[in-house]
Design a protein around this ligand. Structure first.
Ligand SMILES: O=C(O)[C@H](O)[C@H](O)COP(=O)(O)O
Ligand SMILES: [Mg+2]
Length: 286
C-alpha cells in the first residue's frame, strides 16, 4: 500500500472509476480538490466513470448535481445503484411491478425502464402516523407486485416497512436492495446508510435480499454492459473499504482509498482489505 502522485497516475491509467459520496462530495458539499482533479483528468483525455451506491438520485439528477458543481458529466458516465437495480429488475428478474422503499431517483429510473411501482414517494405511504390500519395493509396487497426494492429513503416509516414486509411474506416476491452500505457520509458527519434502513425488513422477514450495488457483481456487470474496461489501465477510487475497494479488487482493478469519507486508516487492518494506494483526499493529486 503506497501513495500515488498525479504524473504516475496519468501515466499508468487510461480509465478512472470514481465513487461519489465521500470522494467527490459529502452531501451537497464538494470535497476540496475533487473538481480540480477531474478537470486535470479531462485535460489528459482520461475516461471517467462515476459509480455510486447512493440510490436517492437518478443518472439525470446526478448529471444536474455535477453541473451545479461546474462539472460537465454525461449520464452515460454515471452508474448509480438506482440505475443498476432497475436494470437488474428489468433484465434479470423480468419484473413488472415493484413495491419501493426509496426516493424519486429510484422511481425515475424504474420509469425509464417501464417498471411500475407503488410505495416510494407516493403520498399514502409517507404519512407519519401512529394510527396504523393493520388490516388495511394486509388487504391492500397488490398481487401484481413481484418485487420489493429497497434503497436510501429519508422518509422511511413503520407503515412503509409493514407494507414491504407484507409483500415479502410471499416467498415468490423478489427481495432486492440497491446497496447495503451501513453508513452514509454527509458534510455534518456519518449517518445511517441505506443498508441500515433495510435491516429491519431482513430481520423481520428472515429473508436474504439480493444486493445490487458495490461490491456486488451486478453493479460491475451494469458498467461492463456499456464499457469495455482494460483492467490493467483502470483505477477505482473510493472512500469505503467494504464497497469501493472490494468492488475494485474483485473486478481486477487497482484501487485507491481516500480518507475523506467513511473508512479510516485503522479500518484497513481491521477489515483486512488493503487498497493498492491510499491518500487523504483527491486534493493530494492536485
Ligand atoms: O447509504 C448509502 O446509500 C451510501 O452510504 C451512500 O449513498 C454511498 O454512496 P457512494 O459512496 O457509493 O457514492
Ligand atoms: Mg463513498
Amino acid at each position: 500500500m503506497s501513495t500515488i502522485g498525479f504524473e504516475e497516475l496519468i501515466n499508468k491509467y487510461t480509465t478512472v472509476l470514481f465513487d461519489c459520496d465521500g470522494v467527490l462530495w459529502r452531501g451537497n458539499e464538494l470535497i476540496p480538490g475533487s473538481k480540480e482533479f477531474i478537470d486535470h483528468l479531462r485535460k489528459h483525455n482520461k475516461r471517467l466513470i462515476f459509480v455510486t451506491n447512493n440510490a436517492s438520485q437518478s443518472r439525470e439528477q446526478y448529471r444536474t448535481k455535477f453541473q451545479k458543481f461546474g462539472l460537465d458529466v454525461s449520464t452515460d458516465e454515471i452508474y448509480g445503484s438506482a440505475y443498476a437495480a432497475t436494470v437488474y429488475l428489468k433484465y434479470k428478474l423480468k419484473s413488472k411491478k415493484a413495491f419501493v422503499i426509496g426516493m424519486s431517483g429510484l422511481e425515475h429510473e424504474l420509469d425509464t425502464e417501464g417498471i411500475e411501482h407503488i410505495g416510494g414517494t407516493s403520498e399514502e405511504y409517507n404519512k407519519l402516523t401512529t394510527d396504523i390500519d393493520f388490516k388495511g395493509i394486509k388487504d391492500s396487497i397488490d398481487p401484481s407486485v413481484d418485487t420489493v426494492l429497497c434503497g436510501m429513503d429519508l422518509m422511511l416509516n413503520y407503515s412503509k416497512l409493514s407494507h414491504a414486509f407484507s409483500y415479502l411474506e410471499n416467498k415468490n416476491v423478489n427481495f432486492v436492495l440497491t446497496n447495503d452500505d451501513s453508513t452514509f457520509p454527509q458534510s455534518a458527519g456519518i449517518f445511517p446508510g441505506s443498508g441500515s434502513l433495510s435491516a429491519p425488513l431482513i430481520l423481520a422477514s428472515g429473508r436474504t435480499p439480493t444486493v445490487v450495488g458495490k461490491p456486488n457483481k451486478e453493479m460491475l456487470d451494469c458498467i461492463l454492459d456499456k464499457n469495455h474496461l482494460n483492467n490493467e489501465e483502470t483505477l477505482m477510487i473510493g472512500d469505503r473499504l467494504n464497497t469501493d475497494i472490494k468492488f475494485g479488487q474483485e473486478g481486477g482493478l487497482d484501487t485507491l482509498l481516500v480518507l475523506s469519507g467513511v473508512s479510516k486508516r485503522e479500518d484497513i487492518e481491521k477489515e483486512n482489505i488493503y487498497p493498492k494506494y491510499i491518500l487523504n483526499s483527491l486534493d493530494d493529486l492536485n
